[in-house]
Design a protein around this ligand. Structure first.
Ligand SMILES: Nc1ncnc2c1ncn2[C@@H]1O[C@H](COP(=O)(O)OP(=O)(O)OP(=O)(O)O)[C@@H](O)[C@H]1O
Ligand SMILES: [Mg+2]
Length: 471
């Protein structure tokens, strides 16, 4: 395997080749220009020529560094003008989550359209008949999560034997045990000598098995070390007492601007969202237990700005791009250093600035220290209490209004009246969650702005979580 590592990421200089010089057709360059994309980013400079030359490529570039176009542009270029047989796509992009599939589709679709190519998103939680119908009419590029694609193949609605180009986005995650069996089964079905492109911000040895089995003399492009910190991203550990965590969380959520708050569990995400909304923070929730309609709507509202705070599980940790997310908060510490980097990478994308804070309870300090060290970041440590100026300096924290907003029911739609009907409640908290995961303490919430109900009053009922669905 050949390895090519350009000098450094972000070193845009006058010597950077243009998209045209990389071999991208004028009609695609025009589509990019209309979106304000004028010069290629380093990962694109590094990988596009090899991908256009039909090489198998392993591409590692930091979060927000433009990997989608790094595989999307050569893929579209290679297929321009081609026509797929009914149910027989020519290219397959596999991603871990439905939202990422939709986003990748939206990024590549205008390029495909300019090249006469049809794209279709194939993910769970959405209409089978529409996907079957589109595949029957013919689709050149399928963007899919593995589960739904496998279902469609079993129903003879899709056949991968014509697939010439296969992309694994978030490849290291796709090589994790949860995905590997389905991913391998799909790779076994694509055209044997086809091209394979594997990309991730944290492409590591976890992909070795896939590389050995499915890639042919791949070239590796790593435009930054795996643990290189993103220059425009600030990292902070906020050391907080257990009883203060809920109030500190609410004050951070009360800041201006877009904020993503990551928690460990679906239950914790629902609970935090409920508590925040009761204190007047327009928070939305995204996790794998909600209906796809609700997930799509929440993300759209977050993108368009009516919901400035997104409370999410790791379903939103990988690949999701929303402009101007100024702050990422690990309300619960992430599971491992890779999760830290991917969650953090929802801010400071494409050269923008961003701040990442981790709320650290006393018993979590050692674990979090070790994780940030392994993630290659050097966070500043600040001990914080509700109302602290230090907390406001780092995060822009301010007290929420205290004027309750309607609750969001478990399924998704906002109910018309604060408090809603019993079945609509997503609150919880009467059970003790695993140590360290988000649990509003009554003392913490009682500190919130006057008029806000206490967490105690919102914690009477157990959560009404839907059964877990495939992501
Ligand atoms: N050459 C470019 N010039 C300007 N903006 C670009 C360029 N390439 C990509 N972008 C923009 O950068 C943003 C991040 O790109 P993208 O989502 O592909 O990042 P990524 O490397 O896949 O990140 P992650 O690892 O989080 O998935 C997007 O808004 C995209 O439109
Ligand atoms: Mg990406």
């Amino acid at each position: 395997m050949s390895v090519v590592t350009p000098a450094s990421e972000g070193s845009l200089s006058t010597s950077v080749p243009s998209f045209a010089e990389l071999g991208i057709a004028p009609e695609l360059v025009s589509v990019l220009a209309r979106r304000g994309i004028d010069a290629p980013f380093p990962i694109q400079v590094a990988t596009i020529p090899d991908a256009l030359a039909h090489r198998d490529v392993l591409g590692r570039g930091q979060t927000g560094s433009g990997k989608t176009l790094a595989f999307g542009l050569p893929l579209v270029s290679r297929l321009a003008g081609r026509r797929a047989r009914s149910t027989h796509p020519l290219a397959l992009i596999l991603v871990p989550t439905r939202e990422l599939a939709m986003q990748v589709h939206d990024a590549i679709e205008p390029l495909g359209r300019a090249s006469g190519l049809r794209l279709k998103v194939v993910v769970g939680g959405t209409s089978f008949p529409k996907q079957i119908d589109a595949l029957r009419r013919g689709v050149e590029i399928v963007v899919a999560t593995p589960g739904r694609l496998s279902d469609l193949i079993r129903q003879n609605a899709c056949n991968l034997e014509d697939v010439e180009i296969t992309v694994l986005d978030e490849a290291d995650h796709m090589a994790d045990m949860g995905f590997l069996p389905a991913v391998s089964e799909l790779l076994d079905q694509v055209k044997p000598r086809g091209q394979r492109l594997l990309f991730s911000a944290t492409l590591d040895r976890g992909v070795d098995g896939l590389v050995r089995k499915y890639l042919d003399n791949p070239v590796t492009h790593s435009v930054a070390p795996a643990t290189a910190s993103i220059e425009t991203m600030d990292h902070h550990l906020l050391l907080v007492a257990h009883d203060d965590k809920a109030a500190v969380t609410a004050e951070i959520a009360g800041r201006e601007g877009r904020t993503i708050m990551f928690v460990r569990t679906k239950h914790g995400a629902d609970r935090l969202t409920t508590v925040l909304r009761r204190q007047g923070v327009a928070a939305g929730v995204l996790h794998g237990g909600r209906s796809q309609n609700a997930r799509t709507k929440t993300l759209a509202e977050f993108r368009e700005g009516s919901v400035p705070v997104l409370v999410a599980t790791d379903v939103a940790a990988r690949g999701i791009h929303v402009d101007d997310v100024g702050l990422v908060v690990h309300v619960d510490p992430p599971g491992d250093p890779k999760d830290y980097l991917h969650r953090a990478g929802r801010t400071a994308r494409a050269g923008e600035n961003g701040t990442v804070v981790t709320l650290v309870l006393p018993h979590q300090e050692r674990e979090v220290d070790s994780m940030t060290r392994k993630a290659g970041v050097k966070p500043l440590r600040t001990r914080v209490r509700p109302g602290d100026s230090g907390l406001a300096d780092v995060t822009g924290a301010r007290r929420p209004s205290g004027i309750p907003l309607p609750a969001i029911p478990a399924g998704g739609e906002v109910v018309s009246r604060y408090g809603g009907s019993g079945g609509a409640s997503t609150s919880g908290g009467s059970r003790t969650p695993r140590s360290g995961s988000y649990a509003p303490s009554s003392s913490g919430s009682a500190r919130s702005a006057s008029g806000a109900p206490s967490a105690r009053s919102s914690a009477a009922r157990p959560p009404v979580n839907r059964a877990s669905r495939p992501r």
